[in-house]
Design a protein around this ligand. Structure first.
Ligand SMILES: Cc1ncc(COP(=O)(O)O)c(C=O)c1O
Length: 378
C-alpha cells in the first residue's frame, strides 16, 4: 500500500519517559507518569477528576458502574457508533436504545433523543463523531430536565470543542481513547473525566478493584478492603509515560492533521460543486480536531467503486461503522426508537480518506488526483 489509512503519530519524548518510568521502579497505575497525565487533564480539560484508563471501552464501563445502570434501565445512544458505546450498556444488563443522527454531522439528533426518553432512561451517550461536537447545550438541557446522566463518548474528541467549551467537559462524565488509531495515542489507552461531585468518592473506589486503596495510600486507613463493585481501571505506567509525551505535543500533532484536513476539503470543493460528492461539514459552533476526513458519495455502488479504485492505486480508504441496530448483538440486546433513515442511508455512502499527522502534502495531492481521475473516468 503506497498510502496507508493511518500511521500513529510520533512525539519527542516517548523513549525517554519510558526509560524514566522503568528507572522509577513503579510500573503500576500509581506511578508519576500517570499523575502527570492527570495533571495535564486538570490543566487543559479541567473537570473534578480524571482517571487514565486502559482504553476508552474501560472508561465507558467505569462510567456505567458509576451511573449504576442495570436490568430495567435504558441508555440512549446513536446506532452510528463503535461497538463499545452500546456493548458496555448490554454488559450490565441495561438496554441500548438506538436513535438516528443529524445528516449534517452524523452526530446524535437531540430531537430523536427527546422522543426516546422514558421513565427508564438513565443515561444519554452522545458520540462526538469525527471529533465534531454534538449539540451539547441542547443535550444537557434535556438531561437535566429529566434527571438523566450524560456520558460523552469523546473517543475521537480530544482537542476539539463545541461553542467554545472542550469536548469531554460538558457531560457528567466523558470517555477518551488513546488507541493507536486516534489523534493522540499510547497503543491502547483512554481516560474518564468526571464532572459531578456525586460521583467522585465512589470513582476512587471503583477504579481500584472496588477497594479504598486510595485512602490507604493517603494514610487515612491502615488497611484497605473491598468496599464496592469495581474493576481494574488504571493504565500501566509504561503506557502512561508514552501518553504524556503525546499529550505534551498534542497541539502540534492536531495542527498537522488540520493541515491535511484543509487540503482535502479545499481540494474536493470542485467535485462537490459538480454534484459528485458531499464533503464532511463542520458546523460554525464546532471546532474540530481533524480526526477524520469523510465524504458522502451519491450511491452505495459509487462508494464501492471509488473504494476499489483507490485500493488499486495503492491508497487505503475505508468506510465506517455498520449501524449497531442492524448488527446481531444490537438486535439481541438493543431496541430502536424512531426512524433510522439517516443512519441507514449515510453509513452506506460514506468513505474516509487516509488521515494522519505525518501524511505529506504530496501524498494528499496524490489522493486528490486519484479521486478526480475516478470521476473523470465515470
Ligand atoms: C466512538 C468510539 N467509542 C469507543 C471506542 C473504543 O475505544 P478504545 O479502543 O480505546 O476502547 C472507539 C474506538 O474506535 C470509538 O470510535
Amino acid at each position: 500500500m503506497k498510502i496507508p489509512f493511518n500511521i500513529p503519530p510520533k512525539s519527542s519524548n516517548e523513549e525517554k519517559y519510558i526509560s524514566q518510568a522503568i528507572a522509577n521502579k513503579k510500573l503500576s497505575g500509581e506511578g508519576s507518569f500517570n499523575k502527570k497525565c492527570v495533571e495535564w487533564f486538570n490543566k487543559n480539560l479541567p473537570t473534578l477528576m480524571t482517571v487514565i484508563t486502559p482504553s476508552c471501552t474501560s472508561a465507558l464501563e467505569m462510567a456505567m458502574v458509576l451511573a449504576e445502570i442495570g436490568p430495567g434501565d435504558e441508555v440512549i445512544l446513536p446506532s452510528f457508533t463503535f461497538t463499545s458505546t452500546a456493548n458496555v450498556v448490554a454488559l450490565y444488563g441495561a438496554v441500548p436504545v438506538f436513535v438516528d443522527v443529524d445528516p449534517r454531522t452524523l452526530n446524535i439528533d437531540p430531537v430523536a433523543i427527546s422522543k426516546a426518553i422514558t421513565p427508564r432512561t438513565k443515561v444519554i451517550m452522545p458520540v462526538h463523531y469525527a471529533g465534531i461536537g454534538c449539540e451539547m447545550d441542547k443535550i444537557m438541557e434535556l438531561a437535566n430536565k429529566h434527571n438523566i446522566w450524560v456520558v460523552e463518548d469523546a473517543a475521537q474528541g480530544i482537542f476539539a470543542s463545541y461553542k467554545g467549551k472542550a469536548l469531554g467537559t460538558w457531560g457528567h462524565m466523558a470517555a477518551f481513547s488513546f488507541h493507536e488509531t486516534k489523534n493522540i495515542v499510547c497503543g491502547e489507552g483512554g481516560a474518564l473525566t468526571i464532572n459531578d461531585p456525586r460521583l467522585v468518592a465512589r470513582a476512587e473506589i471503583v477504579r481500584d478493584k472496588g477497594t479504598n486503596r486510595q485512602q490507604f495510600l493517603n494514610g487515612q486507613v491502615d488497611k484497605y478492603t473491598w468496599q464496592d463493585k469495581g474493576s481494574s481501571y488504571l493504565l500501566s505506567e509504561l503506557a502512561a509515560a508514552f501518553l504524556l509525551s503525546q499529550l505534551e505535543e498534542g497541539e502540534q500533532i492536531t495542527a498537522k492533521r488540520q493541515a491535511v484536513w484543509k487540503q482535502y476539503h479545499e481540494g474536493l470543493a470542485d467535485l462537490e460543486a459538480q454534484g459528485h460528492l458531499q464533503r464532511m461539514q463542520v458546523p460554525t459552533e464546532a471546532k474540530g480536531n481533524a480526526h477524520i476526513f469523510y465524504m458522502i458519495l451519491n450511491s452505495v455502488g459509487e462508494r464501492a467503486a471509488l473504494w476499489a479504485y483507490l485500493k488499486e492505486a495503492g491508497i487505503q480508504s475505508t468506510t465506517h461503522y455498520v449501524p449497531l441496530h442492524s448488527a446481531p448483538a444490537g438486535v439481541k440486546y438493543g431496541r430502536v426508537s424512531g426512524s433510522m433513515a439517516v443512519t441507514d442511508d449515510l453509513a452506506n455512502r460514506m468513505l474516509r480518506l487516509p488521515m494522519f499527522a505525518d501524511l505529506s502534502s504530496q501524498d494528499v495531492s496524490l489522493v486528490l488526483e486519484k479521486v478526480h481521475a475516478f470521476f473523470k473516468a465515470t
